[in-house]
Write a protein that binds this ligand. Structure first.
Ligand SMILES: *Cc1c(COP(=O)(O)O)cnc(C)c1O
Length: 377
C-alpha cells in the first residue's frame, strides 16, 4: 500500500474525499512557465486599483512592532466596524479572510449528524468547509440558464431541502462565480420560513460593489432573525486580499461560539491596522465602485457584441458562456499574458469568469479575446 492511500485511510472521514481549493493562477507562475512579461490577472476578483494608500501608510506605521503578537480581540478594528455599521462590537467576529469565518462556522456547528444546504453553482468554499466537517451536503438546484438570474440561487429549491437536521444554509449574495443575486423580498420571505435551529449564512463578499435597487440590507434583519450571519471581507473592494481579513456580523451569542473555535491570533497586526484605515477611506471605496461600474458595462457590452452570452453580474466580475468548452480559450488567453478563471470545477466547462480590471486592462482582454475567437472559429 503506498503512503498516500495509507494516510488517506488515516484521515478524518470528511477529509478523505476532499479536493483542495484551486486558486487563480499567480502572475509569477504564468510568466515563469511561458517566459513572458507584462501579464495581467483578471482571475481572482481582486481590486485592480491595488490597496488604498491609506492602508499602506497604516502598515508602515506599525511595522516596527512586528515582534509583538497582534491584539487577539481585534479591539480597535471591531470598534471601527461597529461604528461604521452602527452595531454593537459583540456582534462581530474577525477572520483570516472571510474564508476563515466560513470554516469557523462549519467547525462550530457542523457534524456528520447534520445537513448543510447550498446552491449548485455557489462559492466552492461552502462545500469544502462542510465536507471537512463531515456534514451531509444537500445541493439546491440553481435557476435555469434562461432565468433572469441565470444559474442563480433558487430559494424555493433551498426551502424544499430543509429538514429537522438542516443546521446551516449558505447564500452568496451576490454569488461567485455567477454574479447573480437574491432580492430583499426573496431573502426576507425565505428567512421567515427557516426554523430557528438552522443558521443562515449570507456571504456578502461583494456587497460594497452593489448599487442596484432591491438588494437586501440584511444587516437590518439581524434582530429579527438571530440565526442570520452576514459575512464580509476586506479582500474585494477594499483591496487587501493579500492581508487576509474578513468578518462576520451575527447575534452576540453566535459570535461567542465562533470565538471559542477561533485561533487566538487569527488576524495579524498589519491586517488589523490596514483594515481600519481602509474602512475609513470611503473615498477609495467610491472610486473603486465607480471604476467597476463602468468596467462591468464595458466588458458586458463588448463580450455580448462578440456573440458570447454574458451573465448579468452585480459584482466585480462577469461569467461568460462560450457555448463550447472554454479551456482552449483560457489557454490562448494565458499565452497572450492574460489570466482569467476557468470554472469547470463548478460544473461550468463552457464558461470563464473574468474580473473587471482597469480601463486599459479591460481594453486588452477585449482586443485579445476578439483575436482568439477569430483564430479559434
Ligand atoms: C472572495 C470571496 C470570499 C472571500 O474571501 P476572503 O479573501 O477569504 O475574505 C468569500 N465569499 C465569496 C463568495 C467570495 O467570492
Amino acid at each position: 500500500m503506498d503512503r498516500k492511500s495509507l494516510f488517506d485511510k488515516l484521515a478524518a472521514h470528511g477529509v478523505r474525499g476532499l479536493q483542495p481549493y484551486v486558486p487563480g493562477k499567480p502572475i509569477d507562475e504564468l510568466e515563469r512557465e511561458h517566459g513572458i512579461t507584462q501579464s495581467i490577472k483578471l482571475a481572482s476578483n481582486e481590486n485592480p486599483l491595488g490597496p488604498p494608500a491609506s492602508a499602506l501608510r497604516a502598515i508602515n506605521a506599525v511595522a516596527s512592532q512586528l515582534a509583538l503578537y497582534p491584539d487577539g480581540s481585534g479591539y480597535a478594528l471591531k470598534q471601527a466596524l461597529a461604528e461604521h455599521f452602527a452595531i454593537d462590537p459583540t456582534c462581530l467576529t474577525l477572520g483570516n479572510g472571510s474564508n476563515d469565518i466560513l470554516v469557523l462556522l462549519a467547525e462550530s456547528f457542523l457534524t456528520s449528524a447534520v445537513e448543510v444546504v447550498f446552491d449548485q453553482y455557489s462559492f466552492v468554499v461552502y462545500r469544502l468547509a462542510a465536507q471537512a466537517a463531515d456534514a451531509v451536503i444537500q445541493v439546491a438546484r440553481s435557476n435555469p440558464a434562461d432565468h433572469a438570474q441565470p444559474y442563480g440561487h433558487d430559494l424555493g429549491a433551498f426551502k424544499a431541502l430543509l429538514t429537522d437536521r438542516t443546521r446551516m444554509i449558505f447564500i452568496a449574495n451576490p454569488n461567485n462565480p455567477t454574479g447573480t443575486w437574491v432580492s430583499a423580498d426573496e431573502l426576507y420571505a425565505f428567512l421567515k420560513e427557516v426554523p430557528a435551529h438552522t443558521i443562515v449564512v449570507v456571504d456578502e463578499a461583494y456587497a460594497e460593489y452593489v448599487s442596484c435597487d432591491g438588494y437586501p440590507n440584511a444587516l437590518s434583519w439581524l434582530e429579527q432573525f438571530p440565526n442570520l450571519v452576514i459575512t464580509r471581507t476586506f479582500s474585494k473592494i477594499y483591496g487587501l486580499a493579500g492581508l487576509r481579513v474578513g468578518y462576520a456580523i451575527s447575534h452576540p451569542d453566535l459570535a461567542e461560539i465562533l470565538n471559542r473555535v477561533r485561533q487566538p491570533f487569527n488576524v495579524n497586526s498589519l491586517a488589523q491596522v490596514a483594515a481600519i484605515a481602509a474602512l475609513a477611506d470611503q473615498k477609495f471605496v467610491q472610486r473603486a465602485r465607480a471604476l467597476n461600474q463602468s468596467g462591468l458595462t464595458e466588458l458586458t457590452d463588448a463580450f455580448s457584441g462578440m456573440g458570447l452570452t454574458v451573465m448579468p453580474s452585480i459584482g466585480n466580475f462577469v461569467l461568460v458562456d462560450f457555448g463550447r468548452p472554454a479551456a482552449p480559450v483560457y489557454e490562448a488567453l494565458l499565452r497572450a499574458g492574460i489570466i482569467v478563471r476557468p470554472v469547470a470545477n463548478y460544473g461550468l466547462p463552457n464558461h470563464l469568469r473574468i474580473t473587471v480590471g482597469l480601463p486599459e486592462q479591460n481594453q486588452r482582454i477585449i482586443a485579445t479575446l476578439r483575436k482568439v475567437l477569430e483564430t479559434h472559429q
